[in-house]
Each structure stands twice: as C-alpha cells, then as structure tokens.
Write a protein that binds this ligand. Structure first.
Ligand SMILES: NC(=O)c1ccc[n+]([C@@H]2O[C@H](COP(=O)([O-])OP(=O)(O)OC[C@H]3O[C@@H](n4cnc5c(N)ncnc54)[C@H](O)[C@@H]3O)[C@@H](O)[C@H]2O)c1
Length: 320
C-alpha cells in the first residue's frame, strides 16, 4: 500500500515508522525542508532503538520511506493520506483543501488532530465523505490505539476501510461514534488530571504521592485491562456485583467538595506542581527521561506481543 504522511514532526515520524514496519511504501512531505530532512534522521534513530528490542527490521523499514519535494508528489497514487500538521484550524482547512484537490479520488484523507473534529475543517470539500480523524497516541509505534472519528457525512465504508487498514498495520482502532471535543482518550486523561490537580491543590497528597498512586497502582493494571474489566474482576460476582457493593461510595466522592466542573488549572497550581516535578526531575533531564520512557515502553510492547491469551483473552488477538 502507498501512504502519504503530511507533516513530519513528532507524529508524522511515528506514523512513517508504523506504516513502513507493516510493509507500506511511505511518502513524506513537510512545508519546511529542514524539518523534512531532520525527520529522516530522527526516524532512522528511532528505528535503531526499536531494532535493539527486536521490534522492527530497521533497514527494511527505512528503505520503504522516502521524502518528497512537493505535496503533489507525496500524495500522487496514495491510497491513504495521514495529515500531521499543527493543531491550528486554518492550517488544517488549507491542508485539507489541497489534499482533496491533489490526492486520488479514492484515497482516504485522515487527520491526526487531537481535538479538532473533522467537520470543523473538511465540511466544504467536494470529497468530504472520505475525510476523518485518526487520532493516535504518542509514541504510536508502541501505543497502538487510534481513535477513528468521522463527521456525520463521512462514508461508513471509508470508516470501515480505515479501521481494517489500521488493524493490518498493527494498530488498534477504536471507533468514536459521534464527534465530541477531545474524543475519548483525552477526555479520560482530562478527568484524571482534573482530580489529580484538585487533590494536590487541596493538600490531600503531594505530587510524588499522586504519581506513585498511578504508576504503582492503577497504571500497571491499566497496561493489561481497562476500567470496566477492572471492576468486573474486582467483585466476586463481576461488574454488577461491584456496582452494587461500591457504586454508592464512588458516586459520593467529590459530591460536596468542589464544583462539578472541577477546579481548572489555575496558574498558581500549575507552578506549584511544576516546581515539585522540577525537584524530582530537573528540566535539563527531560529528554533523558523521555528516552528512558520509550525504552521501557519497548520492553512492555515485547511483553504484550508475547502475552498468552487466557479465557476471556481468547476473544482478543495475541499481542497488543
Ligand atoms: N504530539 C502529540 O503527542 C500528539 C498526539 C496525538 C496527535 N497529535 C496531533 O498531531 C498533529 C501534529 O502534531 P505534532 O506533535 O507532530 O506537531 P509538530 O509541531 O511536531 O509537527 C508539525 C509539522 O508540521 C510542519 N508544518 C507546520 N506548518 C505547516 C504547513 N502549513 N504545511 C506543511 N507543514 C507544516 C512543521 O514543519 C512540523 O514538521 C497535531 O494535530 C496534533 O494535535 C499530537
């Protein structure tokens, strides 16, 4: 399959790795030639890291990726186009206008947008029925979920074709059935952060304790199962038993303590949490810690690829 990757920052580079890993021919384009060139080096470095963990054949994958001088060249004959430009409405409107004009009529036009729904920038296009959001999670060659969300007029056939293609290249699509700000993943993340900031702001826990609660408690469990499966397993009779036993307790949390909308992220609170994080991790060490995170995620990806399916897991694919 021939794929165009438009915009080669963090996310465009990661999509290139995903598609090349799966055997696609990948054509990269970026408005900034320096960024395009830099992305080839960054991709090569990441491929080497992945190869160290037996997660890719770096030379083969690299051989399938090429940079293009023009957008026209990148999308010519593409079956699928993944746009990864900055999260700015006008940029997306212009880009999708060009993509709709230049890409073959049957090509899917997908955006990596984290928050802008496709209807906000593709509504007026002749080919709007082939446009959708395919929102990944960074780094997406290690975290396979992709939220797929169309506008009301996006063709169901295009949505299905996209999900099937994403499965084939090793991702795990989740269909978001109606457009909403933040889709699903970022809304879940926002709910957790809202509570985390509130707990710290009100002195119930410090920043390190809050992070420890997730990384040594909720997080490892979430690497294996979601919140519904978690509560299904946490009462003898399953999910309804859990809700019967603990539902009222859960619903009582926070009822009287704060506005339903949460507390926001006021500047003083952001500064307080940032100061605490800066003591734990000096800002100069952020990049080293990112590299550590990615290498640990690679080990987790290897573990999940080799995971044995068990009873309920028999309905799940082996691996991620
Ligand atoms: N970073 C994340 O964690 C993340 C996760 C999921 C989705 N996304 C989404 O992916 C998209 C890209 O994010 P990113 O983090 O890769 O951004 P980025 O800033 O790293 O990359 C953007 C690229 O677009 C290029 N560019 C800028 N304006 C352009 C234009 N007008 N025409 C062509 N190229 C242009 C830049 O040169 C740059 O290479 C955004 O919509 C973002 O919301 C980001």
């Amino acid at each position: 399959m021939r794929v165009a990757v438009v915009g080669t920052g963090f996310i465009g580079q990661a999509w290139a790795i995903v598609f090349a890993r799966a055997g696609c021919e990948v054509f990269l384009w970026d408005a900034d030639p320096a960024a395009l060139n830099a992305s080839l080096h960054a991709i090569a470095a990441r491929l080497q890291e992945l190869e160290k963990h037996d997660l890719i054949d770096a030379a083969n994958a690299r051989g399938r990726i090429q940079a293009c001088d023009t957008l026209e060249h990148a999308v010519a004959d593409a079956e699928y186009v993944q746009e990864n430009l900055p999260e700015i409405l006008d940029v997306k409107i212009d880009a999708f206008g060009e993509l709709d004009r230049l890409a073959p009529n049957n090509a899917v036009l997908a955006s990596s947008s984290s928050g802008l729904p496709i209807s906000s920038f593709a509504a007026k296009l002749r080919g709007r029925e082939r446009c959708l959001v395919a929102h990944p999670v960074n780094p997406l060659y290690l975290l396979p979920v992709v939220e797929v969300c169309g506008a009301p007029w996006t063709s169901p056939e295009v949505l299905e074709r996209t999900c099937a293609m994403l499965e084939r290249v090793g991702q795990r699509p989740v269909m978001v059935k109606r457009e909403l700000p933040g889709f699903v993943l970022n809304r879940l993340q926002a709910a957790l952060l809202r509570e985390a900031f509130w707990l710290v702001d009100n002195g119930y826990v410090d920043v390190e304790g809050l992070d420890r609660t997730v990384k040594e408690g909720l997080g490892p469990r979430w690497a294996l199962m979601g919140p519904f499966e978690t509560i299904d397993l946490n009462a003898p009779g399953g999910l309804d038993d859990y809700c019967e036993r603990y539902g009222a307790m859960h619903l009582s949390f926070g009822r009287d303590e704060r506005p339903q909308s949460g507390v926001g992220w006021p500047a003083h609170l952001v500064q307080q949490v940032n100061a605490a994080r800066s003591v734990i991790l000096p800002r100069a060490e952020l990049n080293a810690r990112r590299a550590w995170r990615d290498s640990q995620l690679m080990k987790l990806a290897v573990h999940k690829l080799n995971q044995e399916p068990c009873s309920e897991g028999s309905t799940e694919r082996k691996g991620t």
